[in-house]
Design a protein around this ligand. Sequence first.
Ligand code: 3PG
Length: 209
Amino acid sequence: MAVTIKEVMTTSPVMPVMVINQLDQAVPLAKALVEGGLKVLEITLRTPVALDAIRRIKAEVPGAIVGAGTIINTATLQQAIDAGAEFIVSPGVTDELIDAALQSGVPILPGVVTPSEVMKLLAKGITAMKFFPAEAAGGIPMLKSLGGPLPQVTFCPTGGVNPKNAIDYLSLSNVACVGGSWMAPADLVDASNWDEIRRRAAEAASLKS
Ligand code: 3PG
C-alpha cells in the first residue's frame, strides 16, 4: 500500500540522507540502517547509481520505505517515480515541481526556509515540509519562530543536524523527524563498516523527544 507523508515523518525519528557512490553498497547499507531501526530512507539523486540503488533496495531490503532526495525538477521527479521511489524530498520549491508531484500522487516533502515559502505550500494543501538547510538557516530559533504564526506545519529539519542537537530539534512541537547523514558517512560506507552504521542507526532510532 502507498505510504503517506505522515508515515514518512513518524515511522522513525531520524531519516538517513544517503549518498551512494557504488551500487554494490546500496543493499548492505540500507540493511544496516533498517536493522538499526531506521526504516525510512532518503536516497539522494546525486550520484549516477542513485536510481538503480532505489530499485535494488526496494527489491532486496524488506521493511525499508525508500524515498528519493535532491529532486529539483520534473525530470528527476519522473525518474524517481519510475525507479519506484515511495516518497520524494526536494531541497526547495518551484510551482512546476510541486504541482507535478501533487498530480502524481507520490508524497512529497518539499524544502523551505521562509514564511513565504511555507505559505505558498499551505495554499497548495501541503503541511509537511523539510526545513533545509536547518542549521545554516536559523535552526531551532527559526523553527520556533515559524511555529508562532504557522502552527499547522510539521517540519523535518535537515542539514547540520547531528547526534548532539537532534534531540533538541525533536523536542519542538512542530518537528516530527530530522534528516541527517551522520549515521552513514562516506568513510564508513567506503570501509563497508556496516556494524558501526547499524550501531549509529540504533542510537538515532532511540532518540525520542
Ligand atoms: C544533505 O543535503 O546532504 C542533507 O541535508 C544532509 O545534511 P547533513 O550532512 O548536514 O546531515
